[in-house]
Ligand binder design. Structure first.
Ligand code: NDP
Length: 327
């Protein structure tokens, strides 16, 4: 049997945490043969609620759940962590400017980056879910100079999964027939869900839907799906966000299927003309615990415009956090 690995989760008593922890503990993320130790971080006032979640986790009697640690100190929660899912973040409140939001989150992600740098496993894989996820990931990464920048990623997988589901619905085909679409850029309204390389049952997706629907409806439906769920449910999309986080980490750790790619927010190496260092959604394949950007895809003028616009937004966010001294 395998040795347990350590999985740190922040914001563990929140809505996403409530879906996420049970999936990790049941083996959905790292495999049905991989025991896990959960290391859960919360802010001090949420520790009591977190204790209730821990009681439920224990009551599930998950065979793979080797131990649970809780703390309000990132130096404890990230100690020797092999995986870190940074979910807890400062939500945007009414009237908040982007600078205020980034500043508030800097107060969370700077110390967390420093703590990961100090105590996490040297091979830690970090996924930032808490919004604004890409720039929060940048802040954590920049404050962890002893770790490789590529160990820090941001979640665009929920957008990727939403894009698959919308295309499946439109074409009347199962989600499993859809391959190789990409979410480029920021997890925000400027993201670019790109169908130019996508296939449905092996045939080009764009031959099966009309161009107007794609440009005028599809892209914004995917980008605004979160708001539609809040409107319908009265609460945000926590279960699907948790499920996407599981998908992201599972594919990174265990690999993507041959001939298929997924979307991950990762530090740009300059590929596709995206400014180096930005945490940007790219098409990637994963193997042996490493991801690689899918190279050489053709980029139309339409795509170029969308890819540059979302890069521009991330550049502005980076400028803002530079001004605040966070990176
Ligand atoms: P959720 O668990 O619903 O969301 C957590 C974060 O994930 C938010 O930043 C949210 O962004 C983001 N997110 C990303 N994708 C989605 C999506 N599709 N749907 C919903 N959210 C998404 O928030 P809760 O308020 O329920 O829980 C947050 C917890 O984090 C609280 O328990 C709080 O105490 C804790 N916290 C912990 C910290 C720490 O450990 N140091 C620091 C700060 C908070 P958005 O706001 O844009 O929806």
């Amino acid at each position: 049997t395998k040795q347990p690995v350590r999985v740190a989760v922040t914001g563990a008593a929140g809505q996403i945490g409530y879906s996420l922890l049970f999936r990790i503990a049941s083996g959905d993320m790292l495999g049905k043969d991989q025991p896990v130790i959960l290391q859960l971080l919360e802010i001090t006032p949420a520790l009591k609620a977190l204790n209730g979640v821990v009681m439920e986790l224990r009551d599930c009697a998950f065979p793979l759940l080797a131990d649970i640690v809780t703390s309000d100190d990132p130096m404890v929660a990230f100690k020797d962590a092999d995986y870190a899912l940074l979910v807890g973040a400062m939500p945007r409140k009414a009237g908040m400017e982007r600078g205020d939001l980034l500043g508030a989150n800097g107060g969370i992600f700077k110390p967390q980056g420093e703590a990961l740098n100090a105590v996490a496993s040297r091979d830690v894989k970090v996924l930032v879910v808490g919004n604004p996820a890409n720039t929060n990931a940048l802040i954590a990464q920049q404050n962890a100079p002893d770790l490789d920048a590529g160990q820090f990623t941001a979640m665009v997988r929920l957008d990727h999964n939403r894009a698959i589901s919308q295309l499946a619905e439109k074409t009347g085909k199962p989600v499993s027939s859809i391959k190789n679409l990409t979410i480029w850029g920021n997890h925000s309204s400027t993201q670019y869900p790109d169908l130019s390389q996508a296939t449905v049952d092996g045939q080009p997706a764009l031959d099966q839907v009309d161009r107007d629907w794609y440009e005028q409806q599809y892209i914004s439906t995917v980008a605004k799906r979160g708001a539609a769920i809040i409107e319908a449910r009265g609460l945000s999309s926590a279960a699907s966000a948790a499920s996407a986080a599981i998908d992201h980490m599972r594919d990174w750790a265990l690999g993507t299927p041959e001939g298929e790619w997924v979307s991950m927010g990762i530090p740009s190496d300059g590929s596709y003309g995206i400014p180096e260092g930005l945490i940007y959604g790219f098409p990637v394949t994963c193997k042996n615990g490493k991801y690689e950007i899918v190279q050489g895809l053709p980029v139309s003028d339409f795509s170029r415009g969308k890819m540059d616009a979302t890069a521009q937004e991330l550049t502005e966010e980076r400028d803002e956090v530079r001004k605040l001294g966070l990176v």
